[in-house]
Design a binder for this molecule. Sequence first.
Ligand code: TXA
Ligand code: MG
Length: 322
Amino acid sequence: MTIKAVNDDVIAQGVTLLQSGECVVIPTETVYGLAADATNGQAVAKIFDIKGRPTFNPLISHFYNLDHVCEYVDLNDDALALAQSFWPGPMTLITNRKDNCSIHDVTTAGLDTVAVRVPSHLTAQKIIRGADKPLAAPSANASGEVSPTSAMHVADSLGGKAPLVIADGFCEVGLESTVIDVSSDKAIILRPGAITADQCADVLGYDVEIDLGDKGADVKSPGQLLKHYAPSTPVRLKAFDLHEGEALLAFGSTKFMPVSNVPDTHILNLSETGDLCEAASNLFSYLRRLDQVDASSIAVMDVPNIGVGIAINDRLQRASEK
Ligand code: TXA
Ligand code: MG
């Protein structure tokens, strides 16, 4: 795998690869994505192959702006209001495809709906514009692993499998986008993220439910079926003490944690000041680091379940599932 620091030449190389049906790892504000032309079934099939991703799990298509999105899918009033408020940015909308929509069935896993997003990351925008096609892009990690927030994470997870990784620092948001189903009457959040239910409610004027697909009813998002974001070390949630041999993923003050005998390498604090956005941006890279220190398990302090904390707890819950 070739990792190249971003510049105009590297972006041009990425665009050429994408136009010739290859995959390229691109930075976005949420996590790094493994991109391919969403209208080219063979190109998108390579994404599933490289990630080892089950083909029933559909991908998000990425566009450079709202007009670009509207060439492919229909947006109802709620979708438009959300798009105008939060795009470009860390939000994905599940929408209905237009009759002439050329997004390939391999991308949507044969569903009638299409997941669409306009990322705010400048490099991502330039690449999509250059390719002049929607780009299908899941997180650039092997299926079931923690999403990558740096090019090094991509290399750790995918090895040499992608022809080009465009490196552009750390991802600012650090959590995958909020996924909102706007394909029927009422918007429903299927995956919590940095855009919160309260922010959506403010725009739409009604309470927006979060449906994590864990209530036994029909699953709306195939990705909800999968164990996700999992380090190989067991994860113990809501820890208020520390067991022998454990590493600590702290949040806020550690004043009441018995950490005096624990080596420095075994403690990372998501945010000493208790800032949930800072915690979100550190979450995946800290889970990776603690996964490498040979701890018996990773004890995680309680993170308040409000705002972005809901998304953080969703990822932690999945990381802790056996
Ligand atoms: O932040 C992000 O969204 C990143 C960056 C690269 O943009 N991408 C990402 O993609 O997280 P991925 O493939 O890891 O997650 C996509 C999620 C999956 O849970 C999938 O099941 C769901 O979106 N999804 C995609 N299309 C869908 C559809 N038509 N209906 C319901 N869920 C869908
Ligand atoms: Mg993923």
